[in-house]
Ligand binder design. Structure first.
Ligand code: ADP
Ligand code: MG
Length: 678
């Protein structure tokens, strides 16, 4: 159903919705809130503490005043009760003056800061007492927005969409729904948008997460059956040239790297198809492990392909591989294949690949999307696998005659879960970092420290280093007071001297634009990159030594840890500044975990322990396995249930051909067609 069929949506508004990726009424139904706002009970002025969102009910002492301040209009009012006095202020909201009259009783909701004993609430939302009364305990949805489309407008559209849309029959068999006490889909979707309570929201989220995890488990089980100990025609022995190369590396391999190399070497010569995951934290040195496997393969007279999630990463890998081959005078022929090459260039490359004039093939998904024919593809490696879809990986591994596959991931998944998520693979774990690395210095600071942080970043830039600043949002949101890339760039252009070259990066940019910015950052044409979490995917810019994360309290710790891995990649001391804008006891405690640990697994586990039920995170959790709703950390138990259920279903109906599994089969096909990860 077309969006324009809804009331209040014309072609113009439709365009705005399209910007958010919403094209149909169905899309709108599944456009879930980015986060929810809760309404605390009102309290007296004296009990307000700094940092947290709080509500206060009180009578205004006098009429509000409006004054000019630094080119802004500032509206100020005061409430006083027996316990104390609170200042309230708003910028550019002179229209409030008529509401804020002496003697009026109102409820104010906002964040409190104290300065020299004076408590102030900045930009609080205003409610009539009778209006606020019913709010505590409820949740208000906040949607991701774009300029010109407010939260209210999106909310209105969603309400209509919910009323008119027809839901597909539920694909989860009824026995499972009963057994796991899963909410029905319509109720769940409605409750995701308009939860009546935190408990209801949790139940709804569980239902939707189960859907994903169930399909995921089914797909995984099929794949596992497919891959069970299959004989390989590619038997790859270890070569003395590779051993000599390892001896001459500028560094010694860590124990974890050595063990991974041994695992792979054993797999490659075993006569069975390798299906291995190398899991290691960012910076643990997975690339060299992959390269060694590629060299062994090529030296055995076969071809090896390495697929990276971005062009820059592919280019980086290619440059390193080429340098290594030249340095060691190996008679091997590496090639780079990316989507941005001209048709002519690609044609030449394809011929070289087909005629085996190339044996080390590095590239992006262009490696399989196009009609690339390999001569003897014996090894397929995917880097940062959680960025690729199941099908993509599958397609590439089907290019040859069942090549060996190696997947490299930096996602720190708890070991018990890894057994489920990577059920179809052998796992090599690299736990330690190279010894010569200086540990990153971490600081958890509040907003008052920003000025110093900018000074510090400027000093590093003057020393010739580069820096990242991470914001949680791309564009402003009328309900959330969170930093966004668009405004931030403008703000800091005024703060930093002109010579500092500032760039911006976010997920709404076109892939080519993103690549361009990253390439310029790598070439040091940009000093300071303001970005969302898209930089999480592993490009190596060793010269970047500072990362500052705004609204750090809004991110999952595992994700912050991944982000932090972008710095600390060279002999220079690196720094990470987490700006905790909430500055509550709880947020401080959480972020301190990062300051004290450098182990991704440990961090993810501690984070989970600290979070209570009902803690709803604003910003989506890490991109670990691209689930829309499910979270590999939070939903560990649910994943276990879903995989038991999947196994049960497949036991009686392996091909899902029974009529009662008709919807399930369709859902699974849709799931596999989407870029979802395995
Ligand atoms: P990741 O595991 O995140 O992919 P990389 O393979 O990109 O990490 O390695 C990060 C950096 O560490 C690279 O510059 C690489 O050359 C270097 N490196 C890898 N292994 C070692 C080691 N054992 N000792 C020192 N430096 C290493
Ligand atoms: Mg890497």
């Amino acid at each position: 159903m077309e969006l324009t069929e809804l009331k209040g949506i014309g072609p113009k508004t439709e365009k705005l919705f399209q910007k958010l990726g919403i094209r149909t009424v169905e899309d709108l139904v599944y456009y879930f809130p980015h986060t929810y706002l809760s309404f605390p009970k009102t309290q007296v002025v004296g009990s307000l503490v700094d940092g947290e969102q709080q509500a206060v009910m009180g009578m205004l002492e006098k009429d509000a005043t409006v004054v000019h301040l630094h080119g802004l209009l500032m509206t100020t009012a005061y409430v006083r009760d027996l316990s104390g006095k609170l200042r309230l202020c708003w910028f550019n909201a002179a229209f409030l003056k008529s509401t804020l009259r002496a003697g009026t009783v109102l409820v104010f909701l906002g964040k409190v800061t104290s300065f020299k004993g004076q408590k102030t609430m900045q930009q609080p939302r205003i409610f009539r007492p009778e209006e606020y009364e019913a709010k505590p305990g409820t949740l208000e949805p906040v949607y991701g927005q774009t300029k010109g489309l407010s939260n209210t407008a999106i909310l209105k559209a969603v309400r209509q969409a919910m009323d008119v849309s027809v839901f597909r029959p539920d694909f989860v068999p009824e026995s499972i729904r009963c057994n796991r006490t899963l909410m029905d889909m319509r109720t769940a979707v409605r409750a995701m948008h308009f939860p009546e309570s935190v408990t209801q929201f949790e139940a709804a989220r569980k239902r939707l997460a189960f859907n994903e995890l169930f399909l995921f488990s089914l797909a995984l089980a099929e794949k596992k059956a497919h891959h069970a100990a299959e004989r390989s025609r590619f038997v790859i022995e270890a070569h003395p040239e590779v051993a000599a190369l390892v001896e001459k590396l500028l560094f010694q391999l860590t124990e974890g790297q050595k063990a991974a190399v041994q695992d792979i070497t054993a797999d490659l010569r075993s006569g069975f198809v390798m299906n291995r995951l190398v899991q290691g934290d960012v910076g643990s040195g997975k690339t060299i492990v992959a390269f060694l496997a590629m060299l062994e393969t090529a030296l055995s007279g076969y071809q090896a392909a390495l697929m990276a999630p971005t062009e820059i990463l592919a280019e980086q890998h290619f440059a390193k591989m080429k340098a290594m081959i030249e340095e060691h005078a190996l008679a091997l022929r590496p090639v780079l294949v990316t989507g941005s090459m001209t048709a002519k260039e690609r044609k030449t490359l394809y011929t070289r690949i087909a005629t085996h004039d190339a044996d080390l093939i590095i590239g992006t998904h262009a490696l399989f999307q196009e009609k690339v024919v390999y001569d003897q593809l014996a090894l397929v490696i995917t880097d940062e696998q959680h960025r690729f879809g199941v099908n993509q990986r599958q397609e590439l591994s089907e290019k040859g005659q069942r090549p060996h596959t190696l997947v490299m991931s930096a996602t720190p998944i708890p070991r018990t879960l890894a057994m489920l998520v990577y059920a179809d693979m052998q796992v090599s774990l690299i736990r330690e970092k190279p010894a010569d690395r200086l540990p990153i210095r971490n600081a958890v600071v509040d907003e008052n420290y920003r000025k110093n942080a900018y000074k510090f970043i400027y000093e590093e830039i003057r020393k010739g280093r580069q820096a990242y600043i991470i914001c949680p949002m791309v564009e402003p949101n009328d309900m959330l007071d969170l930093e966004n890339v668009s405004d931030y760039v403008q703000k800091i252009r005024k703060i930093f001297p002109k010579e500092v070259k500032i760039g911006k990066l976010h997920g709404k940019m076109k892939p080519a634009e993103k690549e361009d910015i990253m390439a310029r950052f790598l070439a040091h044409e940009i000093d300071l990159l303001v970005s969302t979490t898209v930089v999480e995917v592993g490009v190596d810019v060793p010269n970047a030594t500072v990362m500052m994360v705004e609204n750090a309290e809004r991110f999952g710790l595992a994700q912050l840890h991944q982000l932090r891995g972008r710095v600390g990649r060279s002999e220079h001391q690196s720094f990470c500044i987490f700006v905790d804008t909430q500055n509550s006891e709880k947020s401080k405690q959480r972020l301190q975990i990062l300051a004290h640990s450098n182990d991704g697994f440990d961090i993810a586990e501690q984070d989970l322990r600290l979070r209570g039920p009902g803690d709803i995170f604003g910003v989506r959790q890490s991109g670990a396995l691209d689930f829309a709703i499910a979270d590999i950390y939070e939903d560990g138990a649910l994943l276990r249930e879903a995989s038991e259920d999947a196994a049960f279903v497949l036991k009686t109906d392996a091909e899902l051909t029974l009529p009662e599994h008709g919807e399930l089969k369709k859902a699974l096909d849709r799931f596999l067609a989407k870029s979802c990860t395995l």
